[in-house]
Ligand binder design. Structure first.
Ligand SMILES: [Fe+2]
Ligand SMILES: [Fe+2]
Length: 475
């Protein structure tokens, strides 16, 4: 594996210099990208020196090189995982044939749509998080935010490379449009609803990186199974970066819980108002944020029954999570899956063709993975000797997409009336008061090693550096 040549304007391991037309097209897109970064990227942070990891090659040793960099000078590049010799299409109707190095004409529109949808989420999250640097709880956390932001920017590059290289003029137009839509914009919003929500505070940020970046993990994993080999290789490399994003979320929430429990024990208090008076986030508020981010994120998997999902699978474009590790026929034609639906005022299981339920299959895989981390958060509370437990809400709760969208369903999965919903809403989802309280705690802490009052320090630093390392230097 050759190292990435940083003397090139666009670092890459795809022999970009051998394809002059493509190189020119991307060099034309690059200044527009940088303009977008200045306009919509991290607010007020262009001059900071940030201790970032940058990929210099895609081997396990080489993809994480650390050093202080100013973010506009970060070298966003195009990196694909190594090509597997003799890779095949591993599922669907073309199963067993040689994986495609070019886009099959009949799948062009669907593939482009999948790449654009994935690509759109990447800059969206940078936009959603752009004000958070102003209220970071520590120098360490500020660095992690910026690391995630530059990598989401690189993920946009990854998708734009595919659009430019394989989709001609349409691809170039889509690449421009990816810089023109903006999160929450009235006229030109991002494609998916969860990516138009605000990430107003750091509790929301940790929940977002725990749940919504995990949606990214599952989508990228399913796309990394694609019969279209360049998409597979691109997504495989993106997954190595995604792991850190979810780590920031999981460890961030664990540190918030840790600090809250410490105060509750120290003062012998459990009442949320008393806990708040000590300047930490009460556990019921953390539960409500969890309910919100979980429910909004599982909507991202789409309708529970979808003929598009079936078509993407049968045509070999998008597999299941860990497709090649499953031992079934990878065609799924006569298989069934149990989904939930509302019948006569109750949630009942129904058996449907599996091919049409692949969104639900991926959502259920995501839910299993999410629940595991919530269990780890509960162990922090348990260790402190407190009785409170966080609960992952029922998957039908607070849905806006799929068959549950027309019903009111409680976090424990019971169909309820509109009146019951209204009466309980402030116990289930963050209220304006909750958000104002959390916002009131947010203040910038930048002195190395210091933490805001509402969060515990991390157990270890980044890249074996001490916790009080100067991760971000201010100029
Ligand atoms: Fe990403
Ligand atoms: Fe991510």
């Amino acid at each position: 594996m050759s190292a990435i040549d940083y003397s090139e304007r666009i670092p890459n391991n795809v022999n970009l210099s051998e394809d002059r037309a493509l190189q020119r097209a991307l060099e034309h897109w690059q200044p527009n990208y940088l303009q977008w970064w200045r306009d919509m990227g991290p607010d007020g942070a262009m001059n900071h020196d940030v201790y970032l990891r940058t990929a210099i090659n895609v081997t396990p040793e080489g993809w994480a090189n650390f050093g202080h960099v100013k973010m506009p000078d970060y070298r966003w590049g195009i990196f694909l995982a190594q090509q597997e010799p003799d890779r095949k299409v591993n599922f669907g109707e073309s199963r067993g044939t040689v994986a495609w190095q070019e886009v099959p004409g009949e799948h062009r529109a669907n593939l482009r749509r999948m790449i654009v949808t994935q690509g759109d989420t990447e800059p969206a999250s940078v936009e959603q998080q752009r004000h958070l640097g102003l209220t970071a709880p520590s120098n360490y956390d500020l660095r992690n935010l910026f690391q995630i932001n530059v990598e989401e920017g690189r993920h946009l590059w990854a998708m734009v490379y595919l659009l430019h290289k394989y989709f001609g003029r349409d691809g170039r137009e889509e690449a421009e449009a990816l810089l023109q839509r903006n999160s929450g914009d009235q006229d030109k919003p991002r494609i998916l609803e969860a990516f138009n929500e605000e990430t107003p505070d750091w509790l929301a940020f940790y929940m977002f990186t725990y749940f919504t970046d995990r949606d990214g993990k599952f989508q990228l994993n399913a796309l990394s199974e694609s019969g279209f080999d360049p998409l597979s290789r691109t997504c495989r490399f993106m997954l190595t970066e995604e792991a850190h994003h979810m780590f920031v979320g999981e460890s961030g929430i664990a540190r918030v819980i840790n600090r809250t429990c410490q105060i509750m024990k120290e003062f012998g208090i459990e009442d949320p108002e008393q806990v708040r008076a000590k300047g930490v986030i009460d556990l019921p508020t953390i539960q409500r944020y969890l309910n919100f981010h979980f429910s909004v994120t599982i909507d991202l998997f789409g309708a529970d029954q979808s003929s598009n999902a079936a078509a993407f699978y049968s045509s070999g474009l998008k597999g299941r999570y860990e497709e090649t590790r499953r031992d079934d026929d990878h065609m799924l034609k006569n298989q069934h899956y149990r989904i939930l639906e509302v019948v006569n005022g109750a949630l009942v299981e129904k058996e449907v063709p599996m091919l049409n339920s692949l969104n639900e299959v991926l959502r259920d895989d995501f839910i299993r993975d999410s629940v595991a981390g919530v269990g780890r958060w509960n162990r922090v509370i348990e260790k402190a000797g407190l009785a409170f437990r966080l609960v992952t809400p029922h998957k039908a709760f607070n849905r806006h997409i799929g068959s549950f969208a027309d019903f009111r369903i409680s976090p424990d999965g019971n169909l309820i009336s509109e009146a019951e919903w209204e009466a309980n809403l402030r116990n289930w989802l963050p209220s304006e008061t909750d958000r104002l309280f959390v916002a009131s705690l947010m203040g910038r802490v930048i002195e190395p090693g210091k933490m805001a009052n509402w969060i515990a320090p991390p157990p270890v630093g980044i890249n074996r550096q001490p916790i009080d390392f100067e991760y971000v230097r201010f100029n």
